[in-house]
Design a protein around this ligand. Structure first.
Ligand code: FAD
Length: 565
């Protein structure tokens, strides 16, 4: 392999090209900065945005009068008192403007009588969620942003570029070191501002809705550079991920839009409405928030009232073929090709890891504690507190992406020269160019073990004993992974890529398990069976850092501000 790194200078480096990264690129370029948009996958095709099939929440008021403050109130309620109210407010205040901007860019939001249609989703007090028919929201968001990027000058795109570490001068972030996966080449990038738009960490779990690029890289990059993370214990489990029968070529969370439009019946093996025992009577409508539905399904399975594969039944049999076809025309045919006839059968669904509420601490400009480092999208923690409302994640990606782009451009314009020092890039370059390790770790097997540990011990329902077991296992796996990568570092050396992935996943997993163990209460997506109640003394946000003393835990004060509203 080539040991001389290729070097690139840019004003703004954006790591990750989902909705947040692409919106940031457009905003930074429009503000006059030179942008490098890097992604470990193809530009605009990796991560969650392109996979999202459902809805985007914004107080447009196009169907029913609405105001951002109503959306904000709903967001705070869902967040169970832990939202960073500055970020939640921005998300709700600026969401509608991003939706309109996307509309002007030709995304094709679904319309009724010429107005943008808005669906009612759980936790929202009125119809607020826009979408693109049929199950095309995320692909349309990605395609539209890719199109605008192509028409906007000043954005250099770099796919297949896995960022392995940030480079710092003291606490200032001055760029990054990357592996060009397709060639095996090492790359150094000097940047006046760097935006982490790397998405979430749901790949840590056995059952997930994630792509292979969502192993929490951004959280690990931030931690190693010295930036703190908040709310890492709050992993959102999507309650009705597809479980059975086998479904090929379709999104495992596709049942949510069915529920928005048609309601559907969620039942246990005895045919009882599943959530009724847990305080929500749906009567064929879609009213249950995600944390309550997840809890209900897990508990019904434990009580022996689950479906054959260990989940719940979801049925649209009562809706009839005409209603199903009107709502989901081509999707019904795709289901038929999977031998699923919704007029005659229920499907089985179960909770899957879906979204991460926690992440990098950023202010209203999306600036982190480290000069030169910004964050955007799902990588940012705090806006959604302990539980996210449906549709808030894409809004967050668009709003925070746009803000981060503007702020990064401003910083870049005010910074005369790059302060990147190649010597600071040396440790990461040494890893990239290390010779093959004989008898190195079996990374594929370790990946499967880690996902099992996280699912079984740090999943929807937790206990102190399970979390301690997880932390022990993670520590043991971290030792087994070793300090030097496996593989020979050539072109498409996926073993080496997997080693870098595990290095990040283990760090992110440790952060999640550690703060989950510390939070001795149940709140939102964090449910402790040994501490089943919400406890007012825990109305605070936990912060995790990596430093000379290893990983340490502290507290932030957002919750107090949110609670005071
Ligand atoms: C299946 C699915 C359906 C969803 N449906 C909805 C929905 O209907 N509505 C809603 O509001 N939300 C939904 N969500 C959540 C929402 O899609 C995400 O929160 C949001 O799109 C995140 O956008 P992002 O730009 O922050 O990250 P992503 O879109 O995940 O993009 C992150 C990018 O970073 C890249 N990356 C990661 N690490 C590195 C690295 N080390 N180097 C270089 N690049 C890197 C990845 O390849 C990826 O392209 C869904 C999520 C999933 C998984």
């Amino acid at each position: 392999m080539n040991h001389e790194p290729m070097h690139v200078d840019t004003d703004v480096l954006i790591i990750g090209s989902g909705g947040a990264g692409m919106y940031a690129a457009i905003a930074a370029a429009r503000a006059g900065a030179g942008v490098m948009l890097a992604d470990r996958s193809l530009i605009g095709r990796g991560g969650a945005t392109v996979m999202a099939q459902m809805t985007v929440a914004a107080a447009l008021g196009s169907e029913t009068p609405d105001h951002w403050s109503c959306h904000y109130d709903d967001t705070l309620v869902a967040g169970r008192g832990l939202c960073d109210d500055r970020l939640a407010q921005l998300l709700c205040q600026e969401g509608a403007d991003c939706i309109r901007e996307m509309d002007a860019w030709g995304i094709g939001w679904a319309r009724k009588d010429g107005r943008i249609a808005q669906a009612l989703a759980p936790g929202h007090d009125r119809p607020r969620c826009v979408y693109v028919d049929f199950l095309n929201t995320g692909p349309a968001v990605s395609k539209t942003l890719r199109g605008v990027i192509t028409r906007t000058g000043g954005i250099r795109k770099a796919g297949d570029l896995l960022i392995v570490d940030l480079v710092c001068a003291g606490s200032e972030v001055t760029g990054a070191v990357a592996l060009h996966v397709a060639s095996g080449a090492a790359v150094t990038i000097a940047a006046k501002a760097t935006i982490l738009a790397t998405g979430g960490l749901t790949r840590l779990y056995r059952r997930n809705s994630a792509s292979a690029n969502m192993g929490g890289d951004g959280f690990a990059l931030a931690l190693r550079a010295g930036a703190p993370l908040v709310d890492m214990e709050f992993v959102q489990f999507f309650p009705i991920g597809h479980l059975a029968p086998r479904l090929i070529g379709m999104d495992p969370i596709m049942w949510d839009p069915f529920r928005y439009k048609l309601g559907g019946r969620l039942t246990n093996s005895e045919g009882e409405e599943l959530t009724a025992r847990y305080g929500v009577s749906e009567d064929g409508r879609y009213l249950t928030t995600r944390d309550v539905a997840t809890y209900a399904i897990v508990k019904e399975v434990e009580a022996g009232r689950g479906s054959p594969h260990g989940g719940a039944f979801l049925s649209f049999e009562h809706c009839g073929e005409a209603a199903l076809r009107e709502a989901f025309g081509p999707v019904i045919d795709r289901l038929a090709r999977n031998s699923i006839d919704l007029t005659r059968m229920a499907v089985e669904v179960a909770p899957i890891a879906h979204y991460h509420m926690g992440g990098i601490i950023a202010d209203e400009r999306m600036e982190t504690e480290l000069p030169g480092l910004l964050a955007a999208g799902e990588a940012v923690g705090g806006a959604n507190g302990a539980n996210r409302l449906s549709g808030n994640a894409i809004t967050e990606a668009l709003v925070f992406g746009r803000r981060a782009g503007v702020s990064a451009a401003r910083r870049a314009m005010q910074t005369r020269a790059h302060t990147f020092d190649p010597r600071a890039a040396r440790p990461a370059l040494d890893l990239l160019t290390a010779p093959a390790m004989p008898d190195g770790a079996n990374t594929a097997a370790m990946m499967v073990s880690l996902q099992a540990i996280m699912a079984d011990n740090v999943g929807p329902l937790r206990t102190g004993a399970k979390l301690e077991q997880a932390l022990d296992a993670i520590a043991e796996m971290t030792r087994a992974l070793g300090e030097w990568p496996v593989g020979d570092g050539g072109a498409f050396d996926l073993r080496r890529v997997e080693w870098f992935d595990l290095r990040n996943m283990l760090l992110a997993a440790r952060a999640v398990a550690m703060v989950a163990l510390a939070r001795t209460e149940s709140r939102g997506a964090h449910q402790r069976e040994d501490f089943p109640n919400m406890n007012a003394s825990w109305q605070l946000n936990q912060v995790v850092r990596l430093g000379d003393r290893g990983m340490t835990l502290g507290r932030a004060g957002f919750a107090t501000q949110a609670a005071a509203q």
